[in-house]
Write a protein that binds this ligand. Structure first.
Ligand code: XIL
Length: 330
């Protein structure tokens, strides 16, 4: 008999040994990613998992947002964002930038701007300075985030109120100039099934393209609820009809409390379904889950009646959800 390695290689499919981001790449995708930031890198178990082939791309969970990067006009702070980029690049991982123009985590000084000309130059300066910081090192940026209400109308924000839809054009044009190599995305939530919001997104992308606005991709956040993932495959296909790249940018599947063995099993099925939905569409470039471990997920504070939305549990162990992803990739 040959070595035990040769024996194993003969009886098991070769991919069975891989980790999930590596397996995504083997399927022609760019990565499986995670939200990460200095606060979570500081947890040794999370940093160790993040360094493995399970994760190939990181999104700054908070450190790239306006309140972190430009808390006062013209005064930039890249402490957190620099640390995230440095962790990623030193481990050979990609970075998705997040996010430049968003109504939330926006400093009061921006919301207080009262005229279109000032706001235009403030957007342009913010985009060029933040994207310029790590120019050439960022795979993709969420240039604008959450511009729509759930009924498909534009959200009220200082941006829409002063500039109308044109704020999106202004942001993307500034973004292309700032880092021509970065893929430029529009990103939103509740695009996970048919309805007015995804209709509005597809229509907007059509208008942006017809105006020559430089846009490369659409991100669907995919903050999902257990058992409610049946629309995801259709949504990915629909978003791909725009001709843009598609990314699942903030995936989590939150479980109503109390979490049981049965609901963890359902979560395995749901993660399997979502992974297959991306694999089925060539334009879907990758999936980012919104954190490594349940221990630090935003769900705990944001949706207190839900829990355990990620691939690794509170003790940093792989959950059934991980197996759901893994088996979709085998
Ligand atoms: C969340 C972070 O995970 C939290 O830590 C923070 O307190 C609030 O923002 N949509 C987005 C993300 O685009 O930036 C949000 O991240 C989750 C919803």
């Amino acid at each position: 008999m040959k070595s035990s390695t040769a024996f194993l290689a003969a009886v098991l499919p070769s991919v069975a040994f891989g980790l999930i981001s590596d397996k995504m790449k083997a399927k022609g995708k760019l990565y499986w990613g995670s939200a990460l930031d200095p606060n979570t890198i500081a947890i040794t178990q999370i940093a160790n998992i993040a360094a493995t082939g399970d994760f190939g791309c990181f999104t700054p969970e908070n450190s790239g947002k306006w309140d972190a990067t430009e808390p006062a006009r013209g005064q930039f702070n890249f402490t957190g964002f620099d640390a995230l980029v440095s962790f990623a690049t030193s481990h050979g991982k990609l970075v998705r930038g997040h996010t430049l123009v968003w109504h939330s985590q926006l400093p009061a000084w921006v919301s207080a701007i009262g005229d279109a000309a000032t706001l235009t130059s403030v957007i342009q300066n913010h985009v060029s300075t933040v994207m310029g910081r790590h120019k050439g090192q960022i795979l993709a940026w969420d240039v604008v985030n959450e511009v729509f209400n759930d009924d498909g109308t534009f959200r009220n924000s200082v941006f829409f109120n002063l500039l109308g839809e044109n704020f999106i054009d202004i942001a993307f044009k500034a973004a292309r100039q700032a880092d021509p190599n970065a893929k430029l995305f529009i990103n939103d939530f509740n695009l996970d099934g048919p309805g007015k919001k995804i209709d509005a997104m597809v229509a907007l992308i059509g208008r942006l393209k017809s105006r020559g606005v430089p846009i490369d991709g659409v991100g669907t956040q995919s903050h999902l609820i257990l058992g409610q993932v049946g629309g995801v495959a259709g949504s990915i296909q629909r978003l791909a009809t725009t001709g843009l790249q598609v990314a699942i940018t903030e995936l989590d599947v939150r479980i109503p409390k109390p979490v049981t063995a049965a609901t963890l099993q359902q979560q395995q099925t749901d993660f399997n379904t979502v992974t297959k939905a991306c694999l089925a569409v060539p334009q879907c470039v990758g999936i980012t889950s919104w954190g490594v471990s349940d221990k630090t997920s935003w769900v705990d504070s944001t949706f207190p009646t839900f829990d355990s939305p990620l691939l690794f549990d509170d003790n940093f162990q792989k959950k059934p959800a991980y197996t759901g992803v893994d088996s979709a990739l085998n």
